[in-house]
Structure formats: C-alpha cells, structure tokens
Design a protein around this ligand. Structure first.
Ligand SMILES: Cc1cc2nc3c(=O)[nH]c(=O)nc-3n(C[C@H](O)[C@H](O)[C@H](O)COP(=O)(O)OP(=O)(O)OC[C@H]3O[C@@H](n4cnc5c(N)ncnc54)[C@H](O)[C@@H]3O)c2cc1C
Ligand SMILES: NC(=O)c1ccc[n+]([C@@H]2O[C@H](COP(=O)([O-])OP(=O)(O)OC[C@H]3O[C@@H](n4cnc5c(N)ncnc54)[C@H](O)[C@@H]3O)[C@@H](O)[C@H]2O)c1
Length: 473
C-alpha cells in the first residue's frame, strides 16, 4: 500500500550537503523529509574525507619513527600493523557517525526515509512505497568514482575510494591511476604504511594546483619513495589481484599487486529519474543557476551533484544558500572566490581564490604577488618543517588568491579565508598581532612583504621621517 507524505522540504541524499540542509531547516521550523539510500553521512564520512585523513594520520605516525635523525632521535623502521591502522580508520568513522545518524536526525524532528528516491513528477518523489510531495526538493546525491574507458578495466579487479579503506593487508605494490588529490593522498598514506606505490598520471600530478606549490609536494613524496610517472595516459590494464599490469601510451608497462583508480568523479544522477521532474543535467551534474535552482524552480541541487566542485565545505556552504532561499524565502546567490581547497599530503597544499597564473591572466599588471618562505619562519625552523611558502595575489590592496604549501597549510589558510570572504585588505593581516612563534606568522610576513616597499624604500617617507626627527623634543 502506498503511503503519502506532504512536507515543506524534501532532501534527497544524507551526506555532507543534505544533512546540513535537513538539520538547519528543521531547527528553523520547517517540516523536513530526508531520503537516504546508502549510509548516513555520505561519501565524506564513509569513503572520503574521514577515512582518508585517518589513514594519513596513521601514515604520519609511522613516518615520524623514520625521520627523527635531525632531532637526535635514532630513526627506526616502524613495525606497522596495517589492520590496526584500519581499526583506527573504522573507529574514527564510528565515533563521528552518531552525529550523522538516523536517530539524531529523527531526534531533531526530521522524517528519515531509507531507500533511493526517484522523481515521479515535478512535485513528487517516490521511495519504496512512500510518495513524498514537497514545496521544495533539494537534490544532494553526491558523486561516485568515475571509471574511465580503459581497455581491460572491466576484467581486472580494481579498488576505488569505496573499497580501498576495507583492505586489511597492506598492498605489496599499489598502482594508482590518477595523480589528483585522491591519488596523492592515498599514495603517501600507503607508502608510509609500508606499501611500494607507483602513481601513473596522464598529465601533471596535482595539475589543478599552482605548479610551484605542487612541485614541493611531489618532491617530498618522491623523497619518501613514491614513484610518480607523469604524462603517462593509461591505455590498458591486465592481470589479477597480486599481479596487475598497467600499460601507458607508448607501451611502457607498470606491474604491481593492487590497482586503485582515482581519475575523478561522476555525479549521482541515474537513480533520480530527473526527466520526470523537468530537471536538466550536464556531464558535470544538475544544471543550476547562481541560486542553486535547477530548471524546475522547486528543485535545488547542492554539493558534488551540482557539478561546481567536490568538497565537503562547499556542500555545507551550498546548504546555507539553499536554506536562505527555500526556508526563509530570501534571495540567495552563491559565489566561488572564497572556497578554499586543501590536499592533505605532508606537506599540505592549500589554495583559495586565484592562483598566480589565473590572477595574472585576469588582472595583468594590476596584480602584485607577495610571498614568504617557510624557511624564514622561526617555528618552522624549530620543527624542522622548512619546505614550502605562501604566495598572496593582491589587487588594489586586497588578496584575491592565496597559495600555501608546507606543514599545516590547511590550518594556515583560515585567516585568509576570513579575509577573502569578507573583503578585508592586506592591512587587516599586517595589523593583526599573532602569537610568536607560530607557523601562522608566515601570513603576516607575506602581508609585511606587501607593505615593506611602501615603508622602507620610500624616498618621500624618508625625508618626512628625517624632518620629524629634527623637530621632536
Ligand atoms: C577519498 C576522498 C577524500 C575526500 N577528502 C575530502 C577532504 O579532505 N575535504 C573535503 O572537503 N572533501 C573531500 N572529499 C570530497 C567530499 O567527500 C565530497 O565533496 C562530499 O562528500 C560531497 O557531499 P555531498 O553531500 O554532495 O555528497 P555525499 O556526502 O556523497 O552524499 C550523497 C548521499 O546521497 C545518497 N544518495 C545518492 N543517490 C540517492 C538517491 N537517489 N536517493 C537517496 N539517497 C541517495 C548517497 O548514498 C550519499 O549518502 C573527498 C572525497 C573522496 C572520494
Ligand atoms: N583533500 C580534499 O579536499 C580532497 C581529497 C580527495 C578528493 N577530493 C575531491 O575529489 C575530487 C576527485 O579527486 P580525484 O583525485 O579522483 O580526481 P581529479 O580529477 O582531481 O584527478 C584525476 C587525475 O587523473 C588523471 N587521469 C584521468 N584519466 C587518466 C588515465 N587514463 N591515465 C592516467 N591518468 C588519468 C587526470 O589527469 C587527473 O590528474 C577532487 O577534485 C576533489 O574535489 C578532495
């Protein structure tokens, strides 16, 4: 028998974006139905950010044992219990999971339906035997690993982000196709935990990032033994688990024991039957306007499925925009200049706004690039973390982009995210007093580099100061 539910907001997908909309909307007084077909928490909690950062942390602990020599600590070959590292990953997920659970959301007043939702008309979604009619729908169904049309891939067992965290034994030799953030984070984590790792990248590894910053990360990974092959498009794979072969254009063959495919994402659209709702799509995902509305004004799309980037904080930001529009009825538009991204290798690589190349091509001579080196930071010296730098792209005294590579680059991005989101000037950073000695001072050093030519090589100011000194009592 079919059950019918009428609600204000129906969210399809209980991951980073959908859960944020559901909890925000219900706590503001809207009636909310949330439909989730898989595990609550989505990719980030179950197969993405959380397990990858937990595995990287295990790798960091192993690496610390190998790398104490500079501090007078004899390096030891770490005895890695790979399964125990995976227990840490599972415990981390389990500890966070209650926050995203059905129980918590039902406790907030959200009606949670477990099953895959599919549109049956412009205003109705069906899940199992229930039909939900809603004033507004929010599609937050995320993305899945893209499986490229590589010859042989349908016969060779391969891992993706959905299966690699289940391995209990360390791969002997992990071959990774794709040198993007997933490929590089997984490469370092596995190498540090004892695997031999080869990354095969069709173009440039970390190719979306500032090349100078990417080079710092790649040099570290290579120093740690990760083999990174660039400009090597994979054309064919052969073999079985234990003996996998990857062949690149030109015929070179790499042989390993396990294969991870990390060549990008595809939006989760298939199950939604979006044609029935009059919702248009592109290859990137649901076609949305600046307010995240689809071609059906009652249907919004957020997060990975909206095709504008794949980050948990982006999905969370989208959720806020949709709440403003769909719950409060206020005008709302997204912007993208203030969305940061971080690749959590060691060293980390963080970016917000424009890279140097993009800033120069957009603003030409108007852009001024100021920088500071990690090696010039006292804390970085004390910690032995001297590789890396910050570059700030400045236009009319305001930062329009920041690149940071080095230890804790993601954390160091926080004040710049505040500055760019709020249109602050470089003087705000220069005028802030930061505790000494912190890595964060590198940001203030860059702001100082912006002002020092104006203060220290300024003939007019020099004459003024000499005059003042003559007359001061
Ligand atoms: C290995 C890896 C590491 C990552 N690391 C980071 C990181 O460090 N930082 C970061 O910001 N981002 C990271 N990301 C990206 C991040 O995980 C995603 O951007 C984020 O999860 C997107 O949130 P979302 O709400 O759009 O989708 P998801 O969180 O994936 O949620 C979508 C949900 O919708 C459900 N669903 C799908 N179809 C239906 C349907 N028809 N009906 C009902 N439910 C449905 C799915 O089961 C899923 O639970 C990483 C991704 C990967 C793969
Ligand atoms: N720290 C983070 O925030 C984080 C971590 C992981 C993933 N993510 C998100 O997930 C997204 C997907 O990550 P990803 O690394 O899978 O994708 P990606 O698109 O960023 O990188 C994929 C890489 O694979 C290469 N490639 C494609 N086909 C190939 C082939 N046949 N042979 C060799 N190389 C090939 C591409 O040139 C590219 O460099 C990221 O863009 C990011 O938004 C974020």
């Amino acid at each position: 028998m079919t059950t019918r539910i009428k609600t204000d907001i129906c969210v399809i997908g209980g991951g980073s974006g959908g859960l944020s909309v559901a909890s925000g909307a219900v706590q503001m007084g809207a009636r909310v139905v949330l439909i989730e077909g898989g595990a609550m928490g989505g990719d980030c909690l179950n197969h993405g950010c959380v397990p990858s950062k937990a595995l990287l942390a295990a790798g960091k602990a192993a690496h610390a044992q190998r790398s104490g020599a500079a501090f007078g600590v004899a390096p030891v070959r770490p005895q890695v219990d790979f399964a125990a590292a995976k227990d840490h990953v599972a415990r981390t997920i389990a500890t966070i999971a209650p926050h995203d659970s059905v129980e918590r959301f039902e406790g907030l007043g959200v009606q949670v339906l477990q099953g895959y939702g599919r549109f049956i008309s412009k205003t109705e979604v069906q899940v199992n035997d229930t039909i939900v009619t809603a004033r507004r729908f929010v599609v937050a169904t995320g993305s899945s690993p893209m499986v490229p049309p590589i010859d042989g891939l349908d016969h060779v067992p391969y891992l993706t982000n959905e299966s690699i965290f289940d391995l209990r034994e360390c791969p002997g030799h992990l071959l990774i196709i794709g040198g993007g953030p997933i490929g590089m984070e997984m490469a370092q984590a596995h190498a540090r935990l004892g695997a031999r790792v080869t990354v095969v990248e069709g173009a440039s590894a970390l190719g979306r990032d500032d090349p100078e910053a990417a080079a710092v990360v790649l040099a570290h990974l290579r120093d740690e033994g990760v083999e990174i092959i660039e400009n090597a498009q994979v054309q064919a794979v052969r073999g079985r688990t234990g003996a996998v072969e990857v062949e690149v254009a030109g015929g070179t063959v790499f042989i390993g024991t396990h294969l991870l495919v990390a060549v990008g994402r595809k939006p989760n659209l298939e199950r939604l039957n979006l044609e029935a709702a009059g919702v248009e799509t592109t290859r990137a995902g649901v076609r949305v306007d600046a307010g995240l509305r689809s071609s059906n004004r009652h249907v919004y799309a957020i997060g990975d499925v909206a095709g504008q980037g794949q980050f948990t904080h982006l999905a969370g930001y989208h959720a806020g925009v949709v709440i403003r529009s769909a719950v409060l009825g206020l005008p709302a538009r997204t912007r993208s200049d203030h969305i940061p991204s971080v690749t959590y290798t060691d060293p980390e690589l963080a970016q917000i706004g424009l890279t140097e190349a993009d800033a120069r091509s957009k603003f030409g001579a108007q852009v001024q690039v100021v920088r500071a080196e990690m090696a010039g930071n006292d804390r970085a010296q004390a910690e032995g973390k001297t590789d890396g730098f910050i570059k700030v792209m400045v236009v009319r005294s305001r930062p329009v982009g920041v690149t940071i590579v080095g230890a804790q680059a993601g954390e160091l991005m926080a004040p710049w995210a505040l500055a760019i989101a709020n249109g602050l000037k470089m003087s705000a950073m220069a005028g802030t007093v930061l505790p000494y000695p912190t890595l964060a001072e590198i940001g203030k050093r860059a702001a100082g580099a912006f002002f020092s030519p104006k203060l220290f090589d300024n003939a007019v100011l020099g004459r003024f100061v000499r005059a003042v000194q003559r007359f001061l009592p």
